[in-house]
Design a protein around this ligand. Structure first.
Ligand code: 6CM
Length: 259
């Protein structure tokens, strides 16, 4: 029995060590992910980008990129949501408790580790797209404010916010039943103030809006014919942006503004 206790202790010790190692790696990679994607957001849209969907303020661009027969097309979308701040939009995108209320492509979402208040690890199962295999994803999700640039076109004094979700390996998500999607997505949101010369505390939801830039770099993994991936993404990203922004709008009506 002593031997069994010793083995148990070693097991617990190894698990703690592994968790520390993984958390350390996630925390170290967050800064570089955030700065990489903030630079992406600030890039100009040039002729390499194709506008694949437009609906009032919403624009969805895609750049064709196929490597070894896999469609890796980078996606970039922009949108303006009236009546909300960038911080509020990011809060909702990050919030694990409301995700299933706006996500239409998921079968399930589960937090498998809480690293800190602003960093969670998720395992999510995507609804199956017939006739391909069902897919899952394991990712770290991190949210923080972004320091504004000196020459910011809209110097309102309110910082933009960002959420970055990026694939990681995690010992609590080692199921091999599904095809693993690898990705990084970012939701970057600035606050627009339409009424100038008015102190923040006097503004109402009619005076504000949020400018969203959403970027997705996705490798669908497994067998995924590029033509099918392109049809699915062209339909699903605008649907997501529509659903998400109307959810944000409804959820925040008649609530106190969070700057
Ligand atoms: O950003 C979105 N959701 C995040 C929170 O749940 C999540 C997003 C991950 C991006 C994963 C994209 C999945 C695309 C899967 C393509 C597989 C196609 C298979 C077709 C096979 C031929 O962190 C909203 C994402 C909205 C996606 C439309």
């Amino acid at each position: 029995t002593l031997m069994r206790e010793v083995i148990k202790l070693i097991d617990v010790y190894m698990k703690c060590l592994l968790a520390l190692l993984i958390d350390g790696r996630i925390i170290m990679s967050m800064d570089s992910k955030v700065s990489e994607y903030v630079s992406c957001v600030r890039e100009e849209i040039n002729e390499e980008w194709n506008l694949v969907h437009e609906d009032n303020e919403m624009k969805v661009y895609r750049r064709e990129l196929e490597i070894d027969g896999v469609a890796l097309d980078p996606l970039r979308a922009q949108h303006i949501v009236d009546g909300v701040t960038g911080h509020e939009v990011c809060n909702i995108f990050f919030d694990k408790d409301v995700r299933m209320e706006w996500e239409t492509t998921l079968e399930s979402t589960k937090v498998i580790e809480e690293i800190s208040q602003d960093t969670l690890v998720f395992h999510q199962l995507i609804k199956r797209v017939w006739p391909t295999a069902q897919r899952d994803m394991c990712f770290a999700s991190h949210m923080r404010p972004v320091v504004r640039l000196e020459n910011d076109s809209n110097p309102t004094g309110v910082d933009p916010w960002i959420v970055v979700n990026y694939s990681i390996d995690h010992p609590l998500a080692t199921v091999i039943k599904y095809v693993r999607v690898q990705f990084t997505v970012c939701m970057y949101c600035e606050t627009i103030i339409r009424k100038t010369d008015c102190p923040l505390e006097e503004l109402t939801r009619n005076d504000i809006a949020s400018r969203i830039v959403y970027i997705a770099h996705v490798n669908p993994g497994g067998w995924a014919p590029p033509a099918v991936v392109r049809v699915v993404t062209k339909r699903e990203y605008p649907k997501f942006l529509r659903k998400f922004s109307s959810y944000v709008d409804k959820k925040l009506q008649n609530t106190k503004i969070v700057w």
